[in-house]
Design a binder for this molecule. Structure first.
Ligand SMILES: Nc1ncnc2c1ncn2[C@@H]1O[C@H](COP(=O)(O)OP(=O)(O)OP(=O)(O)O)[C@@H](O)[C@H]1O
Ligand SMILES: [Mg+2]
Length: 393
């Protein structure tokens, strides 16, 4: 059928044509926004889940919800090799720019921007002259606030001041952090401390995160009270109804239908994983001659969808691993699809567990595997074990 009208959207962070099966999370976030705006004590939310389950898409939806309530919003994507100081500064700058036109006292905004600039300028990388942040803030940097160089103190002061500006307007500020497991350890600790401080003063600023399944353990290793700061929402595969809805609703808008057998076959193939739902749906649409899309259309199109996933979704990640890391992952794959004890992996490779920790740690850093509990590891990518078992060694 007409590829131009194809509604499906496989791709990182691509907004799906229908956000299926996330009503509970959306409702929870509504409540968070409402309570924070009213100065009620509330834990912020952190989304966790495997690759391709829809964390980024949901985070972006949360951001839109906050914007609809006229909140100031900013978003960053954490990187393992980068301090969050400048990204946080840039995103808070965005948030304040959203609020500024409605603020009645321009000097309050200017005052805050001066603090923000001072905060950003304390970036160690900038001090070495290796890079410059050109924030486009044309007020002079202020002194004595958020510029101590200690990120915990500086973030706390910056957040309190930003929350103050939002309070003037009766709204809040939401800062979204994607790939939050990649925030460096000292920065995570500073961030938790700043959120903790803010939760005590009731300031309307929240940090909303998304990351891999081990993010809660990263946070609690950093600050024991992190469980009281964040409500963890595990984002998972779509159940049968939601997966069907994700396919049917967008098609209906184009006057296209699926036969029930086609939906059975698609659920079997995609296993409810949102990325796979989009990928199989997209190819099925393109290859089906007409509506309704039948089970035969799925049979014809599935190999092509699998091929695309093998290259784009699995292959691109597999290629980032070194030979030693690949051996490690193949050994994991042979042990099954669920998370496995690291000792079993070592045993099947005939090696001492300690001799494998470099490979394991670097796979964790690369975001290919995760360890949510001590001594146990799993693939971050759904169906990755299956993909590896089909690969020649
Ligand atoms: N609720 C949903 N219903 C239907 N499709 C969805 C849903 N959520 C996400 N998708 C689709 O799934 C794909 C992956 O979404 P997204 O990039 O948000 O996943 P992610 O969890 O952030 O993955 P990663 O860990 O790789 O960053 C996208 O193509 C998106 O359109
Ligand atoms: Mg993502």
């Amino acid at each position: 059928m007409d590829p131009v009208r194809n509604p499906y959207a496989p791709g990182a962070g691509q907004r799906p044509p229908e956000l299926a099966g996330r009503d509970r999370e959306l409702h929870q976030f509504e409540v968070v926004l409402e309570r924070v705006a009213r100065g009620r004590p509330e834990r912020s939310m952190v989304l966790t889940g495997l690759r391709g389950v829809g964390k980024t898409v949901l985070l972006n939806t949360f951001k839109s919800m906050a914007m609809q309530r006229l909140w100031g919003t900013g978003k960053i994507e954490a990187r393992p090799d980068q301090s969050i100081r400048r990204p946080v500064a840039a995103s808070l700058h965005m948030a304040i720019r959203e609020l500024a036109p409605r603020h009645r006292a321009p000097e309050r905004i200017e005052e805050f921007l001066g603090v923000l600039k001072a905060f950003a300028m304390r970036d160690p990388a900038a001090a070495k002259g290796t890079s410059h942040w050109s924030p486009g803030i044309d007020v002079p940097a202020s002194r004595g606030r958020a510029d101590s160089g200690d990120l915990e103190i500086d973030l706390t002061e910056l957040f309190v001041d930003a929350a103050g500006v939002a309070t003037d307007l009766g709204v809040g500020i939401a800062l979204f952090i994607d790939e939050m497991q990649d925030v460096q350890a000292p920065d995570i600790s500073a961030l938790c401390a700043a959120c903790h401080e803010l939760s005590q003063t009731g300031g309307p600023l929240i940090v909303v995160g998304a990351g891999l399944p081990h993010l809660p353990s990263v946070l609690s290793a950093s600050k024991s009270y992190s469980e009281r700061l964040f409500r963890y929402a595990r984002i998972d595969r779509l159940d049968r109804d939601a997966a069907d809805l994700a396919l049917i609703a967008p098609a209906e808008r184009e006057a296209v239908e699926f036969t029930p057998e086609a939906l059975d076959a698609l659920y079997e193939a995609a296993d409810g994983y949102p990325y796979f739902v989009q990928a199989y749906g997209k190819v099925a649409w393109d290859l089906a001659p007409r509506s309704p899309i039948t089970v035969d259309d799925i049979k014809v199109s599935a190999p092509e969808a699998e091929e695309e996933l093998a290259v784009g979704f699995f292959g691109s990640r597999y290629e980032r691993a070194t030979p030693a890391e690949r051996d490690y992952m193949h050994a994991m794959a042979q042990l099954g699809d669920d998370p496995v004890p690291t000792s079993d992996v070592a045993e099947s490779l005939g090696r001492k567990p300690s001799s494998l920790s470099p490979a394991r740690d670097s796979l964790i850093k690369k975001g290919l595997i995760y360890s949510a509990e001590r001594g146990v590891i799993g693939f971050t990518v759904p169906h990755f074990g299956r993909f590896l078992r089909a690969q020649p060694l």
